[in-house]
Design a protein around this ligand. Structure first.
Ligand code: UD1
Ligand code: MG
Length: 452
């Protein structure tokens, strides 16, 4: 059985934030969620989350059934932190120690680490760093076997030259921890109970410490400040960008691409710079997305063209549609095949029928448009009376003249026309013309004012 312990009690002083560090995001998702995601992929019996600073907030966000919330009231060191969770773990389990602020660890790496644990071995994840400053160094004996970990602050000048460092992630049998953790002392430079001291204890009992290394050092980098958060954010985004390109997507600049969720893309899709994808986004084949677009929990079918600065949120876009530049499709927008939303058009809870065009400066909300409708510039569906929302329906082939207000609830019939500048408050029957505006008068004897 596997029990995962995630250490997340630290304060994160250098983040200069009121929020606990582990709740700060990478790719729009709290670091802790990344860690728990990798942990869950290993199918553990339970996840033990050691909280301290900001524990109320952490508990509020992670009270899931498979998470055992453990409070470490005082942060007396990593060994002390693991000790807090120890009584909740099964004697015959293997414990995997993770850090809540080391977000990009991969499940595959952890799986390899777990395979290192046996009755007389424990697994330790180490990495060789060009700049090992700040980390615990791995000491090896003349046979190359790990003998101890020495913390930066306790290390000799010679030990500080060692490039191999402790990532802090390890896998060890609970039965072993039960013997070792109570023996930890805090007689060291930081006055803390170091989890790392169990390495020497393991050796003293004749166990071997078997090391494993991650594929990339970014997997084991921790976040202590905003700079490191940004660095891991970029690494994460580069990975997604690279994966998409491998799948055949053209990213005009992979450095200016952000995915904060799950993006599924068909073939021959071109994504211009500075686009942001959030939540679940599905894109079909042959879609072109212009610069500065934001797509949130939306789907876009084949052959669509989304021009610059367009924002989609919970929108469903059918095949062959065209949107933007500067279109905004809000939640509940459903566009059928070949429909168009042009510049400065906002839609919400709106069905836009096949081939319908809403090309300029328009608001369509709580509306159902048939096929082949043409909505002129400056049209507003007046859906809100200050208290309730009301529906507008527009039949197939209707033509709405520019600068019209359709005061809902109202229905415009199929093939009907609304004269430009109308304020429509009553239904317009099929194929009829509805005009509701002041009649034009021309005043012949009118004289222009003259300057005094
Ligand atoms: C620790 C390791 C060091 C390793 C480094 C990798 C020890 C003694 N040292 O050092 O060998 O190279 O990580 O980053 O283990 N935490 C708690 N409760 C505590 C103390 C810490 O939950 O009482 C949590 C922190 O929130 C953090 C993690 O444990 O997520 C590591 O703590 P940190 O203080 O960063 O340890 P380091 O001194 O960096
Ligand atoms: Mg640290």
């Amino acid at each position: 059985m596997l029990e995962v312990i995630v250490l997340a009690a630290g304060k994160g002083t250098r983040m200069k934030s009121n929020r606990p560090k582990v709740l700060h995001p990478i790719a729009g998702k709290p670091m802790l969620s990344h860690v728990l995601g990798s942990a869950r992929a290993l199918n553990p019996l339970r996840l033990h989350l050691v909280m301290g600073h900001g524990s109320e907030l952490v508990a509020a966000n992670y009270g899931a059934v498979d998470v055992n919330l453990v409070l470490q009231e005082q942060q007396l060191g990593t060994g002390h932190a693991v000790l807090q969770a120890l009584p909740d773990m099964q004697d015959d389990s293997i414990a995997l120690v993770l850090y809540g602020d080391v977000p990009l660890i991969k499940a595959a790496t952890l799986q390899r680490l777990l395979e290192r644990v046996s009755e007389n071995t424990m697994g330790l994840l180490t990495v060789n760093l060009v700049n090992p400053q700040g980390y615990g160094r791995i000491l090896r004996d003349e046979n190359g076997a790990v003998s101890a970990i020495v913390e930066q602050k306790d290390a000799s000048a010679e030990q500080l030259q060692i490039a191999e460092v402790n990532t802090g992630l390890m896998a060890v049998r609970v039965a072993d921890l039960q013997r070792w953790l109570p023996q930890l002392h805090c007689d060291n430079a930081q006055g803390e109970y170091y989890l790392t001291d169990i390495i020497a204890m393991a050796r003293a009992e004749g166990l071997s410490i078997v090391t494993e290394q991650p594929d990339s050092e970014n997997e084991v980098l921790g976040v202590n400040n905003r700079q490191q958060q940004a660095q891991l954010e970029r690494f994460y985004q580069q990975q997604i960008a690279s994966q998409l390109m491998t799948e055949g997507v053209t990213l005009l600049d992979p450095e200016r691409f952000d995915c904060r969720g799950k993006l599924v893309v068909g073939s021959d899709v071109i994504i211009d710079i500075n686009c942001v994808f959030e939540g679940e986004v599905n894109i079909g084949n042959n879609v072109r997305i212009g610069p500065n677009c934001v797509l949130i929990n939306s789907s876009v079918a084949d052959n669509c063209v989304i021009k610059a600065n367009t924002i989609l949120e919970e929108a469903t876009i059918g095949a062959d549609c065209e949107l933007g530049p500067f279109a905004r499709a809000r939640p509940g927008t459903v566009m059928a095949q070949g429909a168009k939303l042009g510049n400065f058009v906002e839609t919400k809870k709106a069905n836009i029928g096949a081939g319908s065009k809403v090309n300029h400066l328009t608001y369509i909300g709580d509306a159902d448009l048939g096929a082949g409708v043409n909505v002129g510039a400056g049209t507003i569906t007046c859906n809100y009376d200050g208290v309730n929302k009301w529906q507008t329906t527009i039949g197939d082939g209707a033509f709405i003249g520019s600068n019209s207000s359709l005061v809902a609830p109202v229905a415009i019939g199929a093939g009907a026309t609304v004269g430009a500048g109308s304020t429509i408050t009553n239904a317009v029957p099929d194929h009829q013309l509805g005009v509701a505006r002041g009649k034009q008068r021309n005043i012949g004897k009118w004289k222009k004012p003259e300057k005094q």
